[in-house]
Design a protein around this ligand. Structure first.
Ligand code: GLA
Length: 375
């Protein structure tokens, strides 16, 4: 045995054994909810690259659906014309297939994490409708075609509706016009007729935005466009939105005859700054401790409030289990959640079911209990 092995590798292996054993003994969300809906998790790059062994054990034990947190967005997957980073995506898809999971592609058309070049010509001017449509079609054919029959479903269009229910004013809308959404769905359906195709957005509990999505999906359906489902992102907080509005949106979407999913669930416990969408740098970089009240740990009262919030939410979702096909958490544990840096950087948030040491939280146990009681 070399010294390096004795000093570094052996202690690491020994330290991992108890956590891995504990993972197997913890009840499993996917088993408890197997007759109701899929339970998903968004995977980060380290997990996809196989660099987080305890995370991976938990993911395999707890979840039967996966979403890619970033690797399939346009910018990371196709940063420059002709340059594709398929390595991580291939690993992600292989992981899902090996573990018999439902594999989501996220996402094809969005106004964020998209490289600037796709909207510009060689002189730096905005391209015309035809050029952008062709670029969109090529992108969709390349991705959906490559993973045809392996990626089960795609978030085809992400966040196209504004808060008042109108179409969001993005470059897609400005250059192509309102039918860019229908076109994206058409291209995706042509590239893999068996893949499920979704519209995905945030704040869909809000009545104005809910109605905007209903108008959009109805219009697509009237035009004969293939839409399988609506994803409600679920980046929520302890006290908002109201369960009543979430319930009403699930109900209203189900009347369109499509599947409904909670696609990016995390429940933040930190105070929201004013103008939380795209806050100015002064707020985004705030060091004011009032914005980071749980830097040294979460008090029991808030742990309980989070567990109660998750329980009530799961009761609402279970009520609609006939139309809810999947509930996906946006990340595995509190250490890696994007919420630690959004909308203010460098905070400690606690939105997920596993803590910073990958231990199941009270919220996890409550969700297991609600699922067991409902069977
Ligand atoms: C949106 C996107 C996700 C992710 C989150 C923030 O919800 O759909 O892919 O970027 O924002 O992490």
């Amino acid at each position: 045995m070399t010294n390096r092995f004795k000093k570094i590798v052996l202690p690491l292996i020994v330290s991992l054994i108890p956590s891995v054993a504990a993972v197997g003994q913890t009840p499993s969300l996917k088993d408890v909810y197997k007759d109701d809906f899929l339970i998903g998790v968004a995977m980060n790059r380290a997990q996809i690259d196989g660099k987080a062994s305890v995370d991976i054990q938990i993911i395999k034990h707890q979840f039967d659906a996966i979403s890619p947190e970033n690797i399939l967005k346009w910018e990371p997957v196709n940063p420059k014309p002709g340059v594709y980073n398929f390595g991580p995506v291939d690993r992600y898809v292989a992981f899902g297939q090996k573990n018999h999971m439902f594999i989501l592609g996220h996402n094809l058309v969005w106004h964020k994490q998209v490289p600037k070049w796709i909207f510009l010509d060689k002189q730096g001017n905005l391209v015309n409708r035809n050029t952008l449509l062709q670029r969109m079609q090529k992108h969709i054919e390349k991705l959906v075609g490559r993973y045809k029959g392996r990626i089960n479903a795609w978030d085809v269009v992400n966040e196209a509706i504004d808060e008042d229910g109108s179409l969001r004013n993005t470059k897609w809308l400005q250059i192509i016009g309102p039918d860019y959404i229908a076109k994206a769905f058409e291209f995706a359906h042509a590239a893999d007729p068996d893949a499920e195709l979704y519209y995905n957005d945030f704040n869909l509990d809000d009545p104005a935005k809910r109605n905007g999505v209903i108008r959009l999906v109805k219009k697509l359906q009237d035009e004969g466009i293939h839409v399988d489902g609506i994803g409600m992102q679920g980046h929520w907080n302890l006290h908002s939105p109201s369960l009543k509005n979430i319930d009403a949106s699930i109900e209203a979407f189900s009347k369109l005859g499509v599947k409904v999913m909670i696609t990016e669930l995390d429940i933040g416990v930190l105070p929201a700054p004013p103008h939380k969408d795209d806050p100015p740098p002064s707020i985004r970089h705030s060091k004011d401790p009032a914005y980071n009240p749980y830097a040294n740990g979460l008090p029991d009262s808030v742990k309980n409030a989070l567990a109660d919030r998750y329980s009530s939410l799961f009761k609402v979702v279970l009520k609609h289990k006939d139309v809810i096909s999947r509930v996906t958490f946006w990340g595995l544990n509190d250490k890696e959640t994007w919420k630690n840096d959004w909308p203010i950087i460098n905070r400690k948030d606690y939105p997920l079911l596993f803590d910073r040491n990958n231990q199941p939280k009270k919220a996890f146990h409550q969700i297991i209990k609600i699922g067991q009681e409902s069977n």
